[in-house]
Design a protein around this ligand. Sequence first.
Ligand SMILES: Nc1nc2c(ncn2[C@@H]2O[C@H](COP(=O)(O)OP(=O)(O)O)[C@@H](O)[C@H]2O)c(=O)[nH]1
Ligand SMILES: [Mg+2]
Length: 338
Amino acid sequence: MSNGCGYEGCTVGETKRCALENDPATCPHRVTGSLVVEENAGDDTVDSNGSVGSPVLASPVETPTFPPSTTLALAAIDEMMVSRYVTVVGILGDPEAGKTACLASLYLLVSHAKLEGWSFADSRSLMAFEEIARGARRWNEGDPPAQMTVHTEMADDRQPGFLHIKLRRRSDDRSFDFALPDLPGEWSKDFIRTARSDRLEFMRSADVIWLVSDGRILSNKELRQGAITRLGQLAARLRALIIGKMPRLILVITHRDIVVPAVDTIRRIELELAKHDLEAEVVAVAPFSDDPNFGAGFGLDLLINATVREARKGEPFWPDSNPSEEQRSFLSYRRDND
Ligand SMILES: Nc1nc2c(ncn2[C@@H]2O[C@H](COP(=O)(O)OP(=O)(O)O)[C@@H](O)[C@H]2O)c(=O)[nH]1
Ligand SMILES: [Mg+2]
């Protein structure tokens, strides 16, 4: 039966000719407009006025989805920034320095309410924290892997992926949102070697930069100088990348469970940074510990305290730009353009 005809064997649809040899326009089996509406009464393409095409039912309210499970893109951090201040942390350092370990340990401490002075308030990237902490959890089950944190691989090697965590400071009940990127050490190496900085552009708007360094290397006579030189090169690259106000630098020295950073080494690093007119606060940490008598997570609370210590002073909202008496800017302008 063709659409619009009541006759069972109608062929107008296929052949344009009526099977009963009637004129299709006047065939008595033809179904009129009103019948079509009746036939289609349950069809949602016909509205109550009988006009075809407009939807009858409003589209359902979108059910809320789970937040994204992996790291957040820069755009998501920007969006978050619209409603509240987010402390953006840049994390640089050689591969294997302990960057991911710091993030994993921070998450594990907070999730067990063991970060001194801080408590967990929220996270938009819990699954990403879970992913990086997985190595540590396997270790806790008594099966120590060769590496406790999965080697950082970026899904997109041009864009940093951020972890978000909101912590509440016990002393004053103030909450801080942190955006922490888990960057592969290769990005720092490329930044030093080839000045490749496109994917590190976000550093310009970071509040704080953690320069993570392996404490064992800093205490090794043969390796120490190389690590200090690389920190200096990193400082030089940051100086070139960041035109305006420099984010505060924190030198994060890992493996505090194994070695205590020597005062002399820290002094040498400070001198190296000073060459580029930079200075850093030093925090020694042990995100994980090989020593049963030394608590894993040592210094992470101090690192977070140092990260929020001084909110970045913004540029003056309305800078004082009154011309001085002698300055004849307008006349000079005319003269320059004549
Ligand atoms: N014992 C000990 N191991 C650490 C410490 N920091 C990092 N590690 C280990 O060092 C290895 C490299 O750390 P990782 O965070 O992956 O380095 P990344 O490349 O800088 O992200 C991992 O196996 C960590 O568990 C620390 O303070 N103490
Ligand atoms: Mg890593």
